[in-house]
Write a protein that binds this ligand. Structure first.
Ligand code: BTN
Length: 272
């Protein structure tokens, strides 16, 4: 095979970039990053390699042709505009805490967005929102559990960096850093998010850390205190979202009492 000089230069640039990123992440478990220009879905790629890859493996893609969202939805992003990545984790915490990886990544992202001066929140269970005139989604998270001899979790996030902007045809109520007037390199965002994510993963793996984690989760939640409708596979429930439990379940209160919800789509009806 003949290698073109341009290809070699690009490959060197790519290696230098990955080395620079990894040197920033030395104190974390994220010690293996692969960057590709296109794939179907970074989550699917890591799920298919679940038995081979070490804890903390990251896959970043410039473009996904079959990006996946929750509940079988499609996740859209034009090439090289947004941050699309997945992380593979070998969980070292009890199984009932697995669903905390989604809020762990959401809180990690909210903290980075706050440092950029944005009012960011977590909408239960997996959306990162920007508060302004109404709330708009800036990132979504998809966590998947691979049941095997050594089970793994794959958690992927799409964070809107440059797309959509006001004029773009895009999913309703979505926004991006650029639409919020912020120019920020997606690799720098990735590094900062992963550093925070590491701290939150340490919390969920320790007995003492879970209450600190829950405090952070409730503080960053835009769902608590709202009248909500939760769309669940076995029927909808309407009520006030009053709390989040240590395992990440949402507590809804209505005339029938309180209900603990582990999965569903939440619609914020109004702030109470
Ligand atoms: C959602 O809000 O429904 C979750 C969206 C998750 C999208 C990300 S993009 C990177 C990773 N790969 C995927 O196929 N999905 C996640």
């Amino acid at each position: 095979m003949v290698t073109q000089i341009g290809d070699k230069t690009n490959a060197m640039r790519q290696n230098n970039l990955m080395e620079a990123i990894l040197s920033e992440l030395l104190e974390t478990r994220f010690n293996k990053i692969e960057h590709i220009s296109e794939t179907g879905s970074t989550n699917s790629d890591l799920v298919s390699k679940a038995s081979e890859l070490p804890d903390g493996s990251i896959l970043v893609s410039d473009h996904q042709t079959g990006g996946r969202g929750r509940l079988g939805r499609h996740w859209e992003a034009p090439p090289s505009k947004n941050l699309l990545f997945s992380v593979l984790l070998h969980p070292n915490w009890p199984i009932e805490r697995h669903q905390l990886v989604t809020p762990a990544l959401a809180i990690a992202t909210v903290e980075v967005l706050e440092r950029l001066g944005l009012r960011a929140t977590v909408k239960w269970p997996n959306d990162v929102m920007i508060e302004g005139e109404g709330e708009k989604k800036i990132a979504g998270i998809l966590a998947e559990y691979v049941k095997q001899e050594n089970p793994v979790l794959v958690v992927g996030m799409g964070l809107n960096i440059e797309w959509p902007q006001q004029e773009d045809p895009a999913p309703p109520n979505s926004t991006s850093l650029k639409a919020c007037g912020i120019e920020k390199d997606r690799w720098k965002m990735l590094i900062e998010i992963l550093k925070n994510f590491e701290q939150r993963l340490i919390e969920i793996s320790s007995e003492k850390g879970t209450s600190t984690f829950r405090q952070a989760y409730t503080a960053k939640s835009s769902t608590i205190g709202n009248q909500v409708k939760v769309e669940k596979s076995d029927g909808d429930i309407v009520g006030k979202a009053i709390d989040i439990e240590e395992d990440g379940s949402l507590i809804i209160e209505n005339e029938n009492g309180t209900t603990s919800i582990t999965a569903g789509d939440v619609i914020h009806l109004r702030k109470l």
